[in-house]
Write a protein that binds this ligand. Structure first.
Ligand code: HEM
Ligand SMILES: [Cu+2]
Length: 623
């Protein structure tokens, strides 16, 4: 397996910066798109992290004047929005792109062009959102943008939110559809649904969630846009509208969104526990159905964010019970993970540490979740720091721990080098300690009456010490992230080279070189059961059985069009935002849309049949 790397290194030889840049701007290869998602999602994670630190520095002591109240609202809004849409989502897409086609034995995703378009839409949407900092102020109505706060917020901050999220959201939607089609259509022969690795399973189910949840956001954002730009009045009671409609639309999207953020990582943890315990996943079938059940219930519970709105006792009770029901399939999963490790031959490395740390942390978040699902009690918790503590336990304890686990696990596959273990462990321990220091105490701050989203508090209310501890914890986490960034650079320069299968893996991604050739598999493998690579290893072959003779491989061509299409929307976005001030900006709308529609026309009219890698070329490369 090692030889492949040598050959592809020779083939790629030394290329200039321009060539590498052009390669990434035009690539339709899922593995390079994974790199793009990783680095831009990582960049936004650092931005969101800086914003988090600003919030915590402001709250380190009572009556602090580090940030003005207005700026605090902007930083808080951008922290939440950035972390959810521009950090967690793309980092998950990075893992999906890095692993899913390999896990199912495919050569790429179903629509490589759309995959690249999805990435560029996300990136340009995120850039628009962050341009607001330099163009008169960021959005300040919270990441939920509740009306009438969002409809009446002065300046253009919220317009940047609307346009930025609309463009980024379109990228996520088409990305999700692509993975759905990929998993339905591109599985290697023999890979039946019930032989798919749990990560692929959960990406499949997550993609269904994306397909149904994101359109609600799209509609909501359009209504908010019409409201702010043209005074449509959907959410304005004085014009016959209703502000609660925004809350419904937002949470019909927003609640499934938190499952979109967690389910892929549940799948990843399942793969990890089984790999590093050297055992088949305990309760595979139950895990699959629990994932489906969580996804289904995830759609039925959005109004638990609205208990205090006044929907009435019947609606509140139904939503409370449906919410609490989610604890059942989640509990099934936790027991199955523990049972997978039970009696297994456990390896503890950085990836596994994140997975182990996830279990108690997420369980705590799940328990406070059941608490906030109780309607009467929620009248006390609602919009208090208790909620801030709760959701950070689930999204950091689940999603962020999962992303770190996934990065340590798949880094060798993605980059051909193994992340430094010592630094990996240092990152994990300082993050874990910092995390619990920061957020555990916030439960009590909330119970003592500290509200969510307030920029300050008075002294001697019993809140001083807790806030100080919380901020100290945040510095630990910041330190951990810095160590991780150093680890990335160190690994790129001096990291240990990775073999094809560094973890004695069970699934197909470990059957190809690290990193894989751009066509992934020379011959598409024949899958003979769950954990296909493991089956071959235990039967003493160690190599996959091919499902096809060696032949020409058809691959898609690179294209700059996805980048140009997204750039056009980016330009048009500014036109939309500013045309309220001056109709001259309509020209920018037209220029931007012309670029986008023009490149769509080119894509439609110009034949692009891809290219073939010939059998002779493949024969020259050793496997
Ligand atoms: C890792 C370090 C993090 C720290 C120190 C941190 C800190 C905070 C703080 C202090 C607040 C609330 C401030 C207030 O209510 O006045 C907050 C809100 C929030 N955070 Fe984080 N956070 C972190 C990570 C994350 C991550 C990874 C996510 C999501 C993936 C996230 C999502 C949110 C959201 C959605 C809000 C609510 C914003 C709003 O109410 O509009 N945070 N964060
Ligand atoms: Cu919810």
């Amino acid at each position: 397996m090692r030889e492949v790397k040598v050959v592809s290194n020779a083939a790629t030889h030394k290329r200039g910066f321009g060539a590498v840049l052009w390669d990434y701007l035009t690539t339709v290869d899922h593995k390079k798109i994974a790199h793009l998602y990783l680095f831009s999602g990582g960049f936004f994670f650092l931005m969101g992290g800086i914003e988090a630190m600003l919030i915590r520095i402001q709250l380190i002591k009572p009556n602090s004047e580090f940030l003005s109240n207005g700026l605090y609202n902007e930083v808080l809004t951008m922290h939440g929005t950035t972390m959810i849409f521009l950090a967690a989502m793309p980092l998950i897409f990075a893992l999906m792109n890095a692993a899913v086609p390999l896990q199912i034995g495919a050569r790429d995703v179903a629509f490589p062009f759309i995959n690249s378009l999805g990435f560029w839409l996300f990136l340009f949407g995120g850039l628009i959102l962050n341009c607001s900092w330099f163009l008169g102020g960021a959005p300040d109505a919270g990441w939920t943008a509740y009306a009438p706060l969002s409809t009446t917020s002065p300046g253009h901050g919220v317009d940047f939110y609307v346009i930025g999220l609309q463009i980024a959201g379109a990228g996520t939607l088409i990305g999700g559809i692509n993975f759905l089609v990929t998993i339905v259509n591109m599985r290697a022969p023999g890979m039946t649904y019930m032989r798919m690795p749990l990560f692929t399973w959960s990406v499949f189910i997550t993609s269904i969630l994306i397909l149904f949840a994101f359109p609600a956001l799209t509609v909501g954002l359009f209504l908010l846009m019409f409201e702010r730009m043209f005074g449509a009045g959907f959410f304005d009671a004085s014009l016959g509208g209703n502000a609660i409609i925004w809350e419904h639309l937002f949470w019909i999207f927003g609640h499934p969104e938190v499952y979109i953020l967690i389910l892929p990582l549940f799948g990843l943890f399942s793969d990890l526990f089984s790999t590093f315990s050297k055992k088949r996943l305990f309760g595979y079938t139950a895990m699959v159905f629990a994932t489906m059940l969580i996804a289904f219930l995830g759609f039925m519970v959005w109004a638990h964010h609205m208990f205090t709105v006044g929907l009435g006792p019947v609606a509140n009770s139904i939503f409370a019970i449906a919410t609490m029901a989610i604890a059942v399939p989640t509990g099934i999963k936790i027991f199955n993970w523990l049972a997978t490790m039970w009696g297994g031959q456990i390896t503890i490395n950085s990836a596994m540490l994140w997975a182990l740390g996830f279990i108690p942390t997420f369980t705590l978040g799940g328990m406070t979740g059941v608490m906030v699902a109780s309607v009467v009690a929620d009248y006390q918790y609602h919009d208090s720091y208790f909620v801030v503590a709760h959701f950070h336990y689930v999204i950091v304890g689940g999603t962020i721990f999962g992303i770190f686990a996934g990065l340590h696990y798949w880094w060798p596959k993605m980059f051909g080098r193994i992340l430094h273990e010592g630094m990996g462990k240092l990152t994990f321990w300082t993050f874990l300690i910092g995390f619990h220091l920061t957020f555990f105490i916030q439960h009590f701050l909330g119970l003592m009456g500290m509200p969510r989203r307030y920029s300050t508090y008075l002294p001697n209310q019993g809140l001083d010490l807790g806030n100080l501890i919380s901020t100290i914890g945040a510095f630990f986490m910041a330190f951990a992230v810095i160590v991780f960034v150093i680890n990335v650079f160190y690994t790129a320069a001096k990291g240990e080279k990775a073999p094809a299968d560094p973890w004695d893996g069970r699934t197909l991604e470990w059957a190809t070189a690290s990193p894989p050739a751009h066509y992934n598999f020379k011959q598409v493998p024949l899958v003979r059961g769950l954990d296909p690579l493991w089956i071959e290893k235990t039967e003493g072959k160690g190599k996959l059985t091919p499902s096809e003779p060696l032949g020409d491989i058809h691959m898609p061509n690179a294209s700059i069009l996805p980048f140009v299409m997204s750039l056009g929307l980016f330009i048009a976005g500014f036109g939309f935002i500013y045309q309220v001030d001056d109709k001259g900006w309509l020209a920018v709308v037209f220029i931007g849309m012309a670029i986008t529609l023009g490149s769509m026309l080119i894509r439609s009219l110009k034949d692009d049949l891809g290219h073939h890698i010939t059998k002779e070329e493949l024969e020259r490369e050793a496997d």
